[in-house]
Design a protein around this ligand. Structure first.
Ligand code: TXE
Length: 479
């Protein structure tokens, strides 16, 4: 029997002693035990925050171009180890290897992209009402960032939080999801091989209830950057409230895809299917409910049913050719199964799938299409983290937009039409942070990934995401 690795926290530039209490990490495709990771104690979390605090002033004092150099070194190391890292992600998270490889490459590119901002972070000089005065706006780091990660793109999310934090002069304490921590520790090993100053990047692992709540209620944290569920986001807001800690929250979505009468139906089918199947449907911004015009509904439903039915699934290591791996855990699988059952009972027609897959092992759910859905059904309102596509028939764009906007979420949305006026009307009237026109939902690192309503507060990526990690300091200089 091979030894099960036991990972250690990374605090103040050193790996901590072997943890006393651990959490087991399993492969969702077959249940095998992969590793043991720390269930950190409060003292360790406080130690990490203190280390980040102590390092922050010196780190912020370095020229940004020097800070960029460290991000570039880490990016290079990621590229040198890309295949191994992709395998670690697949084993613990369940996504197919080719997607894990995309995630690894994107992460390295993201670190390089954020490094490019070193020479572009700008303040402002504003005209004064007073003679001989200049008003300067400086962009300054907020201080110590807590980065709390989800499990769906766990490797990329390290960089999405760390890179803008570090380039703007903050230090960070990362808490990976207890479902998928191994890739974060492998990332950390690469960081440890660089000469990044101690305390700038720290990792403490553990459950949300213990480690997450210690981090989010701690007065030493200046910004909490969290990606995860609405429920946990609300708990984090409550924990942050006594310290009035700044928040950046990405809390998922229920992305509508609108298919109009003039749409290229084959394009819409391919894009929506790909969007729903990627990462086994566990993606915050991907198409989660369709509003299709009545005139093309039968054609669309027929084609998307066939496309979803042809989607293959299985253990992504044993069968590298599959389109989808398992869901991340039993809770996720049971949740998807229950939501489909509720939709069926409420009058939804399952045109393909609709069951837990009988593969003998792993948390697999069949790719599923549900026709005859209505706006009042749970499946059209609540996030479903699985390859399940509910479809509602509508009459024209106005009804589609009204239905799309009637949601507690507001992250992403998409529309398929050949008419630019319809596309622009949708962009103007959809109350969402992102809209994709005639393409699958997948954001660019130079864009801005952000939602309205319960999808969160603030955003990530690009210039606007970068500046979330700064505060603005104004100086009135009378000469
Ligand atoms: O999320 P949680 P879960 C959605 C998706 C999914 C559902 C539940 O619908 O089915 O959330 O997933 C940490 N204080 N998304 O339970 O609980 C936790 O340890 C501080 C959408 O896995 O939000 C982990 O590191 N932290 C999504 C992280 O929060 C706490 C991605 C996410 O876990 C905490 C993932 C606490 N009290 C799930 N409790 C997206 N936006 O893409 C937990 N955590």
């Amino acid at each position: 029997m091979t030894d099960i690795p036991v990972y250690q926290n990374f605090i103040n530039g050193e790996f901590a002693p072997t943890p006393k209490n651990t959490i087991d990490v399993h492969n969702p495709a077959n249940g095998n035990l992969l590793s043991r990771v720390p269930e950190s104690e409060t003292g360790e979390v406080e130690h990490a925050i203190a280390a980040a605090k102590a390092a922050q002033t010196g780190w912020a004092a370095k020229p940004a171009i020097e800070r960029a150099g460290y991000l570039r070194k880490i990016a290079t190391k990621i590229r040198e180890n890309a295949d191994e890292l992709a395998k670690v992600i697949t084993l613990e998270q369940g996504k197919i290897l080719s997607l894990a490889r995309v995630e690894v490459d994107f992460t390295a590119d993201y670190l390089d992209y954020m490094a490019e901002w070193a020479r572009r972070i700008e303040g402002e000089i504003i005209t004064s009402d007073r003679v001989g005065e200049n008003i300067f706006l400086f962009r300054k780091p907020v201080g110590v960032v807590a980065g709390i990660l989800p499990w769906n793109f766990p490797f990329f999310l390290i960089a999405r939080k760390m890179a803008p934090a570090l380039i703007t002069g903050n230090t960070i304490v990362i808490k990976p999801s207890e479902e998928t921590p191994n890739n974060c520790f492998e990332f950390t090993k690469l960081v440890a091989e660089t000469d990044l100053p101690p305390g700038v990047f720290n990792v403490v692992c553990g459950s949300g209830a213990q480690v997450g709540s210690t981090l989010t209620s701690h007065a030493g944290i200046d910004l909490i950057s969290f990606t995860g569920s609405v429920e946990t986001g609300a708990r984090i807001m409550a924990a942050a409230a006594p310290n009035i800690t700044k928040l950046n929250l990405e809390l998922g979505g229920k992305a509508p895809a609108i298919v109009l009468a003039d749409a290229d139906i084959d394009l819409a089918v391919t894009a929506i299917k790909n969007s729903r199947v990627i990462n086994s449907g566990q993606v915050c911004n991907c198409a989660e409910r369709v509003y299709v015009d009545a005139s093309v509904a039968d054609q669309f439903i027929d084609k998307i049913t066939k496309a979803m039915a042809m989607t293959t699934y299985g253990d992504p290591i044993a069968r590298p050719d599959v389109d989808m791996g398992p869901l991340v855990n039993r809770i996720g699988l049971d949740k998807v199964a229950a939501m489909v059952e509720t939709a069926r009972a409420a009058g939804g027609t399952i045109t393909t799938g609709g069951k837990i897959a009988e593969l003998g092992q792993g948390f697999h759910y069949q790719p599923t299409v549900i026709a005859d859905c209505r706006s009042d059904m749970e499946i059209m309102r609540k996030e479903v983290f699985g390859a399940v596509l509910p479809i509602q028939v509508v009459s024209g764009l106005d009804e589609a937009i009204t239905c799309a906007n009637a949601s507690e979420y507001g992250l992403t949305s998409s529309i398929f039409t050949k008419n630019l006026s319809f596309a622009l009307q949708a962009v103007n009237q959809l109350n969402f942070g992102e809209t994709y026109v005639n393409r699958e939902n997948f954001e660019a690192m130079q864009g801005y990934h952000a939602g309205v309503r319960k999808s969160g507060i603030g955003g990530a990526d690009g210039k606007h995401g970068l500046y979330e990690y700064t505060h603005t300091h104004v100086a009135y200089i009378q000469t």
